[in-house]
Ligand binder design. Structure first.
Ligand SMILES: Cc1cc2nc3c(=O)[nH]c(=O)nc-3n(C[C@H](O)[C@H](O)[C@H](O)COP(=O)(O)OP(=O)(O)OC[C@H]3O[C@@H](n4cnc5c(N)ncnc54)[C@H](O)[C@@H]3O)c2cc1C
Length: 284
């Protein structure tokens, strides 16, 4: 057992429980239903919609809370973003996280997925003694699904992506069901490990009013480049540390659907429909 797994009594009513350290990286994203795209600048206009926690990350947090309720532990939520992302971390605290860290620094700006994963991984190293990292399967804005697996590569720990059910857990490992390429896999991950979860894994509970009020007053750790210097090399941050760059983003023109009604006898109408389709798509 790793040194992070020690025994403690969490409350008089609970027997001796193991203390695991869970880390949940949470991205703040714009409300995707309402956000607009700035065609001139070629990027999302973040001022056009409210920001909120990435929905998949709430599933990851809920799963951490469920495991914590069963076997004990501490949940640290971690976000890289502008200072406004504090709001998302407070929401996570109201939903059961114990501690929150915000990574914010102008040198983190312009990060691609690799630089994002590197920065998050270095912060996780600084937090230290982690057992299980739980990410969303993807973000609803960037939508690459790369950050979770990349964090595990950088930390050199095992990961399972697209987890839709946690079948078992104990102080040393977690057993999960994951759905990839239309197949279902049962996997056991020894700690320290990482999973990314789908929306099917659980139904996140809503925070109570008193939890919301408590979270409002909670302290959030703010870390920048200087806080990570023991673990990270500055050259790997932001645009400088990004092996990829966005050249241009275009939104495809919306094409309205064409509708046509073919009236008359069914056989005749179907024949005319087929002729019309043949003309439109150049043969069936
Ligand atoms: C080439 C390129 C250039 C980019 N340049 C910029 C830029 O200049 N400015 C900019 O703002 N963005 C930029 N981005 C977007 C930025 O890299 C992504 O927002 C970020 O890497 C997360 O990727 P994703 O949204 O695809 O996350 P995914 O990989 O889909 O997310 C999976 C999971 O990882 C975790 N996660 C992801 N991001 C974070 C985060 N920030 N904090 C905590 N947890 C997280 C969450 O658990 C999430 O569910 C760029 C992306 C690319 C590809």
């Amino acid at each position: 057992m790793r040194s992070s797994n020690f025994l403690y009594s969490s409350s008089p009513s609970q027997s001796v429980m193991s203390k695991l350290n869970f880390i949940v990286p949470i991205k703040e994203v714009p409300d995707i239903e309402n956000v607009k795209f700035d065609r001139e600048k070629g990027r999302i206009d973040r001022s056009s919609a409210e920001a909120e926690p990435n929905p998949f990350d709430l599933n990851a947090l809920e799963e951490a809370v469920k495991i914590k309720e069963e076997i004990g532990g501490k949940i640290t939520v971690l976000s890289m973003g502008p200072s406004q992302a504090e709001k998302t971390l407070r929401e996570a605290l109201s939903r059961g996280a114990d501690e929150a860290v915000l990574l914010t620094d102008k040198n983190f700006a312009g990060s691609d997925t690799w630089a994002t994963s590197y920065t998050l991984a270095m912060a996780i190293k600084k937090i230290g003694n982690y057992d299980l990292i739980l990410c969303g399967e993807k973000s609803v804005d960037g939508d690459t699904g790369q950050v979770g697996p990349e964090i595990s590569e950088i930390l050199n720990i095992p990961h399972v992506a697209f987890v839709n059910e946690v079948t078992d857990r104990d102080e040393n490992s977690i057993s999960v069901k994951s759905e990839t390429w239309s197949r279902s896999y049962l996997r056991k991950v020894d700690f320290p490990g990482l999973i990314t979860v789908t929306k099917d894994v659980n139904e996140p509970r809503l925070p109570s009013l008193s939890d919301k009020l408590k979270a409002k007053k909670a302290e959030i750790e703010i870390w920048g480049v200087s806080d990570l210097e023991e673990f990270a090399e500055e050259v790997n941050y932001g645009g400088t540390g990004s092996p990829t760059a966005v050249v241009n983003i275009e939104v495809p023109e919306e094409k309205g659907r064409k509708s046509k009604i073919f009236e008359g006898e069914t056989k005749e109408a179907v024949e005319r429909l087929l002729t019309s389709l043949e003309k439109d798509v150049g043969g069936l």
